[in-house]
Design a protein around this ligand. Sequence first.
Ligand code: OSB
Ligand code: MG
Length: 368
Amino acid sequence: MNLDGVEILHIRMPMLGAFRTSFGTESVRETLLLRAVTDDAEGWGECGASDAPLYSGEYTHGAADVLARHLIPALAGTPDLDAHSVAPALSAFKENRLAKAALETAILDADLKSRGVPLSFALGAVRDSVACGVSVGIADSVPELLDTVEGYLADGYLRIKLKIEPGWDIEPVRAVRERFGDIMLQVDANASYERSDIDDLLALDAFGLSLVEQPLPADDLLGHAMLARRLATPICLDESILSARAAATAIDLGACRIVNIKPGRVGGYLEARRIHDLCAAHGIPVWCGGMLETGIGRAANVALAALPNFTLPGDTSASARYFAEDLTDPFVLENGHLAVPKGPGIGVAPDPDRLAAVTVSRQWIPLR
Ligand code: OSB
Ligand code: MG
């Protein structure tokens, strides 16, 4: 495959509601789309970065810079470039996984589109629709939270994930459990607790949660293992799992019983599949996380979530949970599920008019 170049598109998409977590509030999705142009196809990848480095060290302008200066140019000399040669070609560059994932995905999409192969098939999917949950941000009050959750349950979401932080945990969790009964309920702390907060975390055991996601800092695998010995609720890791190697370490240490797989966080769909396979071999269920993606990133996440060991509902919510208008045809929830795209590659492409309306700037990086 010959890569002519890659276009970096900086987009700003207003969100339907502000999404508040322990690390910040997002009301405009500001990120990058990459368009890889090869001799016989065009491929798209979405970057998981946001405008500020609050989830990880990456942020939108930084990702654009490393892509333009280092990552995209590094592909220039790669002989017989295909999706599998991208990560090796970029391996000298440390970190920057969200940026690397976007680039690998754009090339993977172009590669698969040129061969007429759907991403779901290439990855080994076994389902044509995936079970969906929804991630609910920190609210201003418990009554407001209950209204939001009620709306999502009416939409048909199969499980609810509540964002928590110290001071917003027991009360909202108890209120949701009491009001909605036996729903599938889990929480995500985004690394906002310390080991010394153990009593607050142990108190969550009273509510029959499916899992507690990333209670402690990303680099505290040992702390998670120590907590796991006392917490009855399964620990699921998100921020800590940056690679298959990190997943193997976490599993060996007993730091988690469940893994959230976000392709961006681990550097792409190929590493995501390796983590899926590793977890399957250890009897560790996985689910697909999200980074407030547009239809571009969502399409690829839904394909991944159709693999066999994705046995828990993902944060793969419908377009309408995020945006008034998506960049692609909207993903619509049907009986709590999203359909896996059937077309070649990621199966979608941005609508040109909608894309133009949200594009702030574009930069073409030529390779030939
Ligand atoms: O921790 O899972 C997370 C969004 C941005 C960054 C981190 C996280 C999230 C979500 C939302 O929880 C998931 C989604 O709906 O895309
Ligand atoms: Mg999370």
